[in-house]
Every structure is written in C-alpha cells, then in structure tokens.
Design a protein around this ligand. Structure first.
Ligand code: MG
Length: 389
C-alpha cells in the first residue's frame, strides 16, 4: 500500500457569509470538498481516502462523497481541527507507507503536487508544501503599533496536503494525545514529537477558502467567476390589529397591536425575501409559501427568510447586501433597527454590515400614517454563478 489521504472538513460552525459550511459550498455545480476528492482519487499513489465531515450530514451529501473513487471511510470530526485529524487517523485501517492530511477548503490542489509530496515524504519522513512570505512582515502585539520588522526570508506560509511517513504521524499523534497538545497543523504535531519537517515549494493557486474574497479567487481560478450581480426589489404590507403579537424585522416588539397574516405577518422580512427571490429570478414567496397552505399557518417569517437564503446558496449564489425601509408612524423603527439588523444578518448568514434597516413615517398620511397597517420595501443584491440563469 502506498498512501492514504485524510481530507479534513469537520468544521460546521464557521460562517463566512453563508449558512453552509464552506467545504460544502457549491462552486460550478460541485461542493468545495469534491474538488479535493477528485484530485486525490486521480493521484496514482493514493490508495484510499478518508473524509472527515461534520456530524449529522445529510445522506445525499454522504452519498456524493462516497461516489468518489477510493473513498473508504467518512467519519465525524471533533470539536477542533486537531481532534478531527485524530478521528480521521483512527479510521485509516490500512498500513500505508505515507499518510497525507489535506484541508477540504483547499479545492485547487493538483495531482502533481500530491505525487511530489508522497515521494518526498517516503524519503524524508515529513514534508509540507509552503510558500515564502513575499510581503514585509511586521510584529505588533496590539495590532496598532509596529514593534519591529521581522526578517521575512526565514518565514513561510504552510499549506496542505501535509505528508508524513505513517509511523511518524501515528507516533506524533500518540505523543500529542498523551501530552494533551492541540496543534495548529500536523507538521507542528510532528515537530513537537521531535521529528524534522521539510519544506516543499507550494503553489499560490492552492488557496485556502476562509472568506468570501477567497471564494471569488477560487471561482476566478476555476474560470467560473462571472462578476455578475443582479438586484431585486420586494414590497409588502400587512394590517395592524389588536390581539396579535408584533413581529417586525425578524424580532418581537412589545406593542399594542400586531400584524395580521397567514404567517407572523412580518412585512419587512417578506419584502426582503421577495427582493432576494427577485434578484435570483425565482418568483416570489407567495409561490413557495402559499397563504392557503394550512401546514404553514403561523410560520415564523425568519423561517421563510432562512429557506429563501438556503435556496440561493443551493444555486451557488451569494447575497451581497440588503437594504430595507419599514414605513409606519409608530413604533419608532430607529429604536429597534440594530436588533433587526442582527436578526436578519443571522438568518441570512451574512455580515451585519451588509444589512441596513431604516424607518420612515408618512407625516400621518395613508394607511401607514393612520396606523391601519405597516408596509416595507427592500432591495437585495445577489452575485450570480456562471451557468445560473
Ligand atoms: Mg406578507
């Protein structure tokens, strides 16, 4: 047996403008982790692949992972990356010469690099791809004032896959476990066990996706970034009645009346949901949540908005920002806007800075002015994916 790859994608809580963990985010019709699965499956020296994933993944995602050649096990990850790697290591039942550990969020790894790392690890014991730091390096404890300039020519950025002789990696993992060490990467674990780790020239293309910008870089490198954006508009109004709780902008407001509706009546969230669907060319919420559907009577509008956001993500699109105006004489929206922004950004999985909520009165005119009802207008900007229509 030659080499086994552990692909680590155990993180589930990290969000970066998406409710989907980034290793499962769709790019050009495939999930991010699939690009790594394909590369390792195509590498001649790789005999089998162990994938470490978040617990309780949908069956369809597990099926997709298992559909890749050489995948021998899919195991749940631990609380930290280090624990996820240990869990992956336990699932390696074979006795390979070399074990590689790769981040699932580095989709652009290529077969050539994998092969180079396997042969180098056989010879040297522990090898990692790394690139020299090209920017000037400054040291600052408080992130404000520079204390000194660091000699950058002795500094390298470590990438993955990191490749180790199996006996060295196993021995280092035992050592880390006994000493209760939590390591930033496997190279550190091996260093701490007293083994030398060698560098191999990595590639700038082997990007680690940690931010929306990295995703754009990956899409550009794959040739699927369109730079195309669409705007959508949404409007909604509901009647204010006594004896109903007031839900507005994704929060509950202690108020004398509430909005009437088949759902909780939150016209701001309905306008936002319609704006997003409009930008994506998917119609409106009346189609997906019809008012005559008894099964969704009383549904929270946060649930409606969350479902809409997941639909957008499923198409590989990204909500860039939202602007929403709530029109009423009372209550004073400015008093609640901050909480509304927090709620909406949490439901959509985007930064608070990308959501704006503001109130407008009508100087007493019309149904909003008289307190008969509340209305809302919203716009949404959505980044399109190549191939999307
Ligand atoms: Mg409505």
């Amino acid at each position: 047996m030659s080499a086994v790859a552990i692909i680590v994608g155990g993180g589930s809580g990290e969000r970066f403008g998406s409710g989907v963990p980034k290793q499962f985010f769709p790019v050009a019709g495939k999930m991010v982790i699939e690009y790594s699965l394909a590369a390792f499956a195509a590498a001649p020296s790789i005999e089998s692949i162990v994938a470490v994933v978040p617990p309780s993944l949908p069956g369809s995602v597990l099926d997709t992972i298992f559909s890749y050649r050489k995948v021998s096990a899919v195991v749940p990850g631990g609380k930290t990356r280090h624990l996820s790697v240990l869990s992956g290591l336990e699932a390696v039942k074979e006795t390979p010469a070399v074990i590689l550990v790769h981040d699932a969020v580095r989709p652009l790894i290529d077969v050539e690099t994998i092969e180079e790392l396997v042969s180098a690890a056989k010879e040297k014991g522990a090898v990692i791809p790394a690139i020299p730091v090209s920017d000037s390096l400054k040291h600052s404890a408080d992130g404000k004032k520079v204390e000194k300039t660091v000699q950058r020519n002795h500094h390298f950025r470590a990438q993955t896959p990191q490749a180790f002789r199996a006996d060295i990696l196993r021995e280092s993992a035992r050592n880390a476990k006994e000493r209760g060490l939590d390591c930033t990467d496997e190279a550190q674990m091996v260093e701490l066990a007293g083994y030398p780790v060698f560098l191999l020239r990595g590639g700038e293309k082997n990007v680690k996706i940690t931010s929306p910008h990295d995703m754009t870089v990956v899409k550009s490198l794959l040739g699927t970034y369109t730079g195309e954006f669409r705007v959508g508009l949404g409007y909604d109004a509901h009647r204010l009645v006594k004896g109903r709780e007031l839900y507005l902008g994704g929060i509950k407001i202690d108020w004398e009346s509430g909005l009437l509706g088949h759902s909780d009546g939150d016209c701001a969230l309905h306008a936002i949901a319609d704006a997003i669907l409009g930008a994506s060319g998917l119609g409106d919420i009346g189609y997906y949540f019809p008012p005559d559907d008894e099964s969704i009577r009383g549904i929270a509008s946060t649930e409606i908005l969350s479902k809409v956001a997941r639909m957008i993500e499923g198409r590989g699109e990204r909500i860039v920002n939202i602007d929403c105006v709530i029109i009423c004489q009372r209550p004073r929206i400015a008093d609640y806007a901050e909480r509304m922004v927090a709620s909406i950004s949490r439901v959509l999985g985007i930064e608070g800075a990308a959501v704006s909520v503001k109130g407008k009165t009508t100087e007493g005119m019309g149904f909003e002015g008289s307190g008969e009802g509340i209305s809302s207008i919203a716009v949404a900007l959505v980044e399109k994916e190549k191939g999307g229509d």
